[in-house]
Structures are given as structure tokens and as C-alpha cells.
Design a protein around this ligand. Structure first.
Ligand code: PRP
Length: 212
């Protein structure tokens, strides 16, 4: 007998790929997953409830235990540092975190500013580099910051590189590769270990098949 699982899914870029992976793993997900504004989708046939959250909030739902399991980007995991287990690399939505700026950028000694949606990750990175910078937190369209003089550099996700290119920015340093991960609430993992292990195994098999 498998228990009911609540799964937190990130709305946006990762969502489609994650749904595709679940379907390949044999989960019968209704058409609502493809075109709906619903935030909670129950799939009683699979004994699953899906909650559709902002990507940055997925680890919060899982840490608090209102979701047993979730799908979150490694970027979000580094930024949020939540108390959850990371159990599987789904190898989807591959991209990387980078420092970018205007061409001809020269290191400023006085008051260098870096804009990012990932203030913790950026702070950690520059600390490791031994460089003191002021981090300016933005919520999106980070590429605007150097163009308009808010910051001289940005720390952001690069996927195709199109956004940097179209805005005349160049990559200065690569920080870390990013893919999506399956994360699990520690208490859920104790209480529902068999059901969670089964799900992780099914997903793992699909990923392995795909990489053959
Ligand atoms: C992300 C990221 C970059 C862009 C990179 O932004 O912050 O801006 O994608 O992708 P690319 O290398 O393929 O161009 P997103 O579109 O998620 O929105 P945001 O700018 O509001 O964060």
C-alpha cells in the first residue's frame, strides 16, 4: 500500500520538462498539467497531490513538510539552504550560474556593485574569491542592471546565452553548473520511505535510459 504523496513543482521553465519526465516514468498526469492556472492538482489515481509553486519557494514548502517531495533547481538549493534532502539529479533544465558584465569591464576597487536574484550565492562566491562587493538584490531581468548603471556586474543563470547576447553583455566567470534536483522532507522520508524510494527509482530509470 503506497501512501499519498504531495509533490511541489516549480512553475515556469523547469515545469514542462519535469512533467515530461514524470509521464515517462509512468505517472498518469491529467491534461490540466499542460494548460491550467490551478495551483493544486490532485491525481487520486496515482495517490498524488501536486502543488505548483514559484521555483524559489519549492524548498520552503518541502522544508515545512506541506510537500513531501519537490523539484528544485540547484541554483535555488544553493541560494535557499533549506533543511531538505537532495536525493536525485534529474539532469533537466541544464544551465549554469555566471558573472557577467559589459565588454571591457575592469575591476573596480571602490564600491563594486553586483546585481543578482541570488544574493546568498553571489555573496558566498565573492567571499571565496576574496573580493568585497555590494550585492544588490533584484527579482528578475537582472541584465538591466549593468546597462542602466545600477551595478557593474551581475550574477545570473545562463542557459542559451541569448539574453546576455541580445543585451550586449559578456560572460566574465563561470560559477557553477545547474540542473534540477528531487528534494525530500526528512520526516516524510522516514514516514513514507518506500513510496518515495519507488518514485525516485522510477525517475532514476528514465534518466538512465535517456543517457544511454
Ligand atoms: C533567466 C535568467 C536570464 C535568462 C538566461 O531569466 O535570469 O535572464 O533566463 O537564459 P538564456 O541564457 O537562455 O537567455 P528568466 O527568463 O527566467 O526570467 P527573469 O529574468 O525574470 O529572472
Amino acid at each position: 500500500m503506497s501512501e499519498q504523496l504531495t509533490v511541489a513543482m516549480p512553475k515556469g521553465r523547469i515545469f514542462e520538462e519535469a512533467v515530461e519526465l514524470l509521464r515517462k516514468a509512468g505517472y498518469q498526469l491529467p491534461a490540466e498539467f499542460d494548460d491550467s492556472r490551478k495551483l493544486i492538482i490532485d491525481v487520486p489515481e496515482e495517490k498524488m497531490r501536486f502543488i505548483l509553486a514559484k521555483p524559489m519557494d519549492v524548498p520552503t514548502y518541502v522544508e515545512h513538510g506541506v510537500a513531501d517531495i519537490g523539484v528544485a533547481g540547484k541554483d535555488v538549493m544553493i541560494e535557499e539552504e533549506r533543511d531538505v534532502y537532495e536525493v536525485l539529479d534529474l539532469k533537466i533544465s541544464a544551465c549554469y550560474m555566471a558573472v557577467a558584465g559589459l565588454p571591457g569591464y575592469k575591476k573596480k576597487d571602490i564600491n563594486p556593485k553586483v546585481a543578482s536574484k541570488y544574493p546568498n550565492l553571489a555573496t558566498q562566491y565573492f567571499k571565496e574569491q576574496g573580493e568585497q562587493v555590494e550585492i544588490i538584490k533584484l527579482n528578475g531581468s537582472i541584465e538591466l542592471a549593468p546597462l542602466i548603471g545600477l551595478a557593474d556586474r551581475i550574477v545570473d543563470i545562463v542557459s542559451t546565452g541569448q539574453t546576455l547576447k541580445e543585451n550586449g553583455l559578456i560572460e566574465l566567470e563561470t560559477i557553477v553548473p545547474i540542473t534540477s534536483r528531487v528534494i525530500v522532507n526528512p520526516v516524510s522520508y522516514r514516514m513514507k520511505d518506500k513510496t518515495i524510494d519507488q518514485m525516485v527509482e522510477r525517475l532514476y530509470n528514465v534518466i538512465e535510459e535517456g543517457s544511454e
